[in-house]
Ligand binder design. Sequence first.
Ligand code: HSE
Length: 406
Amino acid sequence: MFNIAILGFGTVGSGVYEVIKENNTLLKKKTGEGIAVKKILDIREFPGSEWESLVVHDIKEIIEDNDIDVVVETMGGTSPAFEFVRDALLSGKHVTTSNKALVAAHGTELLKIAREKNVNFFFEASVGGGIPIIRTITESYAGEHFKEITGILNGTTNYILTKMDTEGEDFEKALSTAQELGYAERNPEADVEGYDTCIKIAILASLATGKEVNFEEIHTEGITKIDTTDFEYAKHMKLSIKLFGDSKFEDGKVFAFVAPVMVERDHPLYMVNDVFNGIMVEGNMLGKSMLYGSGAGKLPTASAVVADIVAITKNKDKNVATFGWGDEKQNVVDMNETSHKYFVRFKGRDAKFIDKCKETFKNAKEVYLDGKDEFALVTDLMKERDFLAALNNLGDVIKYIRTKIA
Ligand code: HSE
C-alpha cells in the first residue's frame, strides 16, 4: 500500500480524500498496490467523521513516520507550508501540492531539495486546477521551444467578465453573484486584482524557460476598473474583454504581463467563458494548441493532486528530472518595452481634439458609441513607453485597454 498524509483538510485536502475513496478500485489497478490516507494534519478534530482517527496536530508525526511515502500539501499560504514541505522532502518523502503561492515563492529551492534527495516535488494542481497544463508543458511538449503561453487562469474573474459581457451587469453586481455562488472569496482581492493569475503565469513561464521567473517582476493589473461602457465598445467592435496571463519567449527574453485585454473572435481564448480556464500554448514545432477545462474547484483540483500521487508511485525511487526549472534567474522585460495595440477612451467629442489624437496615433481607428460624450481610438502596434508618453501629452484620457487584434 502506498501511504499518504494530507496537510490541511480544507476544500482541496478533503477532495483528495474523496477522490481516493471514490476511485479506489481504479487507483489500485493503476498503481498496483493502491493508495491509502494514513494521516491528516489539521488544527481541527473532526469528531464523529470517518477520518477522525487519522487526524494529527503535530507535523513531526508525519515527517518521522517512515511508512508515509507521499505528503500532500493542501494548506495554502507560504508559512508554515514551506517549512513542512521542505522538511518532508529532506526526510526523503515525495510531495505534491496544490499551493501556487508556495510554488511561486519557493519552487526553485524545493525542486532543488527534491533533486538532491532523489524524490519528487510535483504541483500539477497549482495552475489550471483540473487542466493538466504542467505535465503538458514539461512532458507532452518536452521537444518544444515555447514561443507563447497565455491563459485565462482565474475562474472567478472570468465568471465576472462573462456576466458583464453577456448580461450587461456592472462589476459590483457580477462580483456579488460570483460570491453568492461560492466562486469568489469574501475578500476577492487576489482574484480581481490579478495576483492569482500573476502567480500562475510566473509558474508556467518558469517551466517554459527552465529558469526562475519572479512573479514580482510581472506587470499586473486586475479587472476592477472595467466598466459597462468598456463592454459596450467591445460589443460594438465584436470583441470581448478577458483577463489574460500572457507570456512570450523571444531570443532568450521573457515578456509577461497580467491585464484585461480586448480579444477578437478569432483568438483561441475568446470562447473561454464562465468559471472555465483556457491556456494557449505555442511551440516552435507544435504551432498553437489550447487546453480548456475546470481551472478550480474541489474535485477537479483534487483529481490533479491524485494524478501526481499516481505519477509518484511510478517513480518512487527516482527524481523525475523533466522539470527544466533550475536555479538560474530569468528576468522579465520591463512592461514599458513591450508593444501592443491599444483601445483608448477620451473625454468629449471636440473635433480639434479628435484630430490631434488622430495625428498622434497615426492609422488609429475611431470608435463612437451613440449618446456618449466621449470617443475611442484603437491604435496601431506601438511600444508601451511611447503610448503612455503620447497619452500624457494629450490628456483627457478616460482609460485604455490593451488589445489582441491581429
Ligand atoms: N480563486 C481561484 C480562481 C481558484 O478563481 O480561479 C483557483 O486557483
